[in-house]
Each structure stands twice: as C-alpha cells, then as structure tokens.
Design a protein around this ligand. Structure first.
Ligand SMILES: [Cu+2]
Length: 149
C-alpha cells in the first residue's frame, strides 16, 4: 500500500530539474472588475518573502493577452503608471500591490470580469519560483487599502 504511494512521489521528485525553494507566499490576490467596453484592468497581490532578496519579474493570466508590472510615479502633481521589468522584494520582507500603488495591469481582456467571478493569475520570480493563484474579481468600491471586503 505504502509502496504504491511512494513510487509516484519519487518519480515526480526525479522529474524536477532543480529544487526551487518556495520562499514566497502570495496572498489576497484580486482583480478589479473591468468596465465594458474597457479591455483593461488591474490585479493586486500581497507577496511575503521568507528568503533572500528576490523580485517579481512577470505575471500572466489566460484571461488577458498581456500582464505588465506597473509602478505609480508622480509627474509634477500627476500620478502616472509606468511599466517595470522587475519589482524588488526585500529579504524577509514583502511587496504589496494595491489600489493607488503598484499593480499588475491586465491588458487585452478576453472576457468581461464581474464580481464573484475569479481567474488564474500566475506570477514568476527572479529565483525561478512560479506560482499560480486564484484571484477573485471585486467591484471598485470594495478595493480598499487592504483589499478586504
Ligand atoms: Cu497600470
């Protein structure tokens, strides 16, 4: 009985090219509903790092053509979004993507996103860790600072 369980696990283990320590935890993934006919919206996650300094380097979802990492910058008294290639995550620290701040921009939505719905969001990090989380769709008034309803 135990042997049958162990063999597939061993085979799975050998299939891994390298062991990537899962030092990052993704929490509170959520996506702002789009306002049709807009084909663009923002996604937010909280990233907690129990390991050495790291960086978010890319994101994707089957629901959008492109997902970009955006930071907010001030240009005079105007807030502007700017695409970046990597968002640093300090050692034993965290990075919080939230409304009014850094976010993932989902561009080219393939369907409308309504509250109560959810989608798969994949995030990749500089240490090779790639993780897919389920992100819930939330309406605009529910997008408060910590993202809780
Ligand atoms: Cu943006």
């Amino acid at each position: 009985m135990y042997l049958f369980l162990l063999i597939p696990l061993v085979l799975l283990g050998m299939g891994c090219r390298e062991q990537i320590p899962a030092s990052l935890t993704i929490k509170n993934a959520r996506v702002r509903q789009n306002i049709p006919p807009q084909r663009i919206t923002a996604a937010y996650v909280s990233i907690h790092n129990r390991g050495p300094a790291n960086a978010l380097i890319s994101a994707s979802t089957p629901v959008a053509e492109i997902a970009e990492i955006h930071v907010m910058t001030t240009d005079g008294n105007m807030m502007r979004m700017k695409k970046i290639d990597r968002l640093p995550i300090p050692a034993n620290g965290s990075a919080t993507l939230q409304p009014g701040g850094n976010h993932l921009m989902l561009i080219g939505l393939k369907r409308d996103l309504a509250p109560g719905d959810s989608l798969d969001l994949t995030v990749a990090f500089a240490n090779g860790q790639i993780q897919t989380v389920r992100a819930r769709i939330v309406s605009n008034p529910q997008m408060n600072a910590d993202g809780r309803r």
